[in-house]
Design a protein around this ligand. Structure first.
Ligand SMILES: NC(=O)c1ccc[n+]([C@@H]2O[C@H](COP(=O)([O-])OP(=O)(O)OC[C@H]3O[C@@H](n4cnc5c(N)ncnc54)[C@H](OP(=O)(O)O)[C@@H]3O)[C@@H](O)[C@H]2O)c1
Length: 380
């Protein structure tokens, strides 16, 4: 092993207490030396993704959040509603480390040649607990960034890129000619748009404001449907009719949108029927709910035929079903196109302490377009 590093590292913890209170705080713990096949990363960039917000905030009511501080920095407390508390029994009393992915410099490495080869390199990793000054991870989990690439450019190299690429795999393996995607002006949506343009996979982007339509059109999107506009359902049916889309990925989750997409697919298919059937078109359709931007119940109405499917989608679970060659091909593409196809946009960079300032917390937890934050734990 080589190099020096501090004996202690600071990290963000999220704790649900027995009294149904969420507590967010910065904690100090001993820095774990890397084992033979491990490396120690000085974390310099970690995005606050929607999935991190779920773990961090645990459905707590931020409207009633309070800020205090101790010797390590700010502390946030907020009440957790009864329903959220009941669903999270397994984490009550356990301080959780947060931050799915991130990037930084390898400052110490185990004795194995694979680990030693990473010493001094900037790497990205989906290691969990990345809102920390230092993080020890397996060398094999690291993606080496090209020489000179800033950590921020590799901070979001896993979660969104591999999910967007997975959508293409699902489409191709299922013989789907086109994809419908919601919350399409998200970082992930913009990546998916770039991938689909490059790979000539027709993509119908569903958004909820005229600004989002402009944003996606400026990036070359052909089909963009704005649910805030009159006649949007008919526009969606038209786009589905043109492309024959039978596959949807919905990040909104709550409300009517997933059901409306299934209904639009069935409407498009029914219009092409030459013979009426009371059982609908028989066209197989599938919408995956892969996010919960809206936490209200999912509503499915009639008019969707009888050959529809609605299910959940989680990238790591899906990746585990693929063979290693396919997974490696996807990761290689991300590494090669990190600053182009898979570039993410961040509105602000904050320190660990800055991430727990109540104003910042309220801003980035809104999950608004273009408002994603990056944490740089090396800023303190
Ligand atoms: N299942 C998986 O494996 C997996 C993996 C990666 C990502 N995801 C999901 O992918 C989604 C996008 O992630 P990201 O990092 O790209 O997000 P992001 O860049 O933070 O963008 C979030 C987008 O969602 C929109 N939005 C927020 N609340 C909404 C609502 N209630 N209805 C409609 N649109 C809403 C925002 O638009 P406004 O400005 O209009 O609010 C914004 O465009 C998230 O839901 C995330 O959880 C899932």
């Amino acid at each position: 092993m080589s190099a020096t590093y501090p004996a202690h590292t600071r990290l963000i913890r999220s704790l649900i207490r027995e009294d149904k209170t969420l507590e967010l705080f910065v904690e100090e713990q001993p820095t774990r030396a890397p084992g033979a096949d491990e490396v120690l990363i000085r974390v310099e960039a970690a995005p606050i993704n929607p999935s991190d917000l779920s773990l961090l905030l645990a459905t707590a009511d931020l409207g009633r959040a309070e800020q205090s501080s101790d010797e390590h920095g700010p502390k946030i407390t907020a009440p957790v509603p009864e329903r959220g508390f009941a669903a999270m029994q397994a984490r009550v009393g356990i301080p959780m480390a947060v931050g799915n992915e991130g990037a930084g410099t390898v400052v110490a490495a185990g004795d194995s040649p694979e680990a030693q080869a990473l010493l001094g390199r900037t790497v990205a990793v989906m290691g969990g607990g990345m809102y920390a000054e230092y993080r020890t991870v397996p060398a094999s989990a690291c993606m080496v960034l090209p020489e000179g690439t800033p950590a921020a450019a590799g901070a979001a190299a896993f979660v969104n890129p591999l999910t967007a690429l997975s959508f293409l795999e699902v489409a191709r393996s299922g013989g789907h000619p086109a994809i419908v995607h919601t919350a399409a002006a998200s970082n992930l949506g913009r990546m998916l748009n770039r991938i689909c343009l490059a790979d000539e996979m027709p993509l119908i982007n569903v958004v909820r404001s005229p600004e989002q339509v402009r944003l996606l059109r400026a990036e070359g999107a052909q089909y963009v449907v704005d649910t805030s506009a009159d006649g949007w359902f008919e526009q969606l049916v038209e786009a589905i009719s043109e492309t024959d889309a039978t596959l949807g990925f919905d990040a909104v989750g709550g409300g009517r949108l997933a059901g409306d997409i299934l209904a639009a697919m069935e409407t498009a298919a029914s219009r092409k029927l030459t013979k009426y059937s009371r059982y609908g078109s028989g066209k197989k359709t599938h919408v995956y709910i892969y996010g919960r931007l809206d936490t209200s119940p999912t509503t499915i109405s009639s008019g969707i035929g009888f050959a529809w499917n609605l299910s959940g989608f989680l990238m790591p679970t899906y990746l585990a079903t693929l063979d290693e060659a396919t997974r490696n091909r996807m990761k290689e593409r991300v590494a090669n196109e990190l600053t182009t196809t898979f570039a993410s946009h961040f509105a602000e960079t904050v320190s660990l302490v800055g991430a727990l300032e109540l104003d910042a917390l309220r801003t980035y937890s809104a999950r608004a377009t273009g408002a994603k934050y990056l944490i740089d734990p090396s800023l303190g």
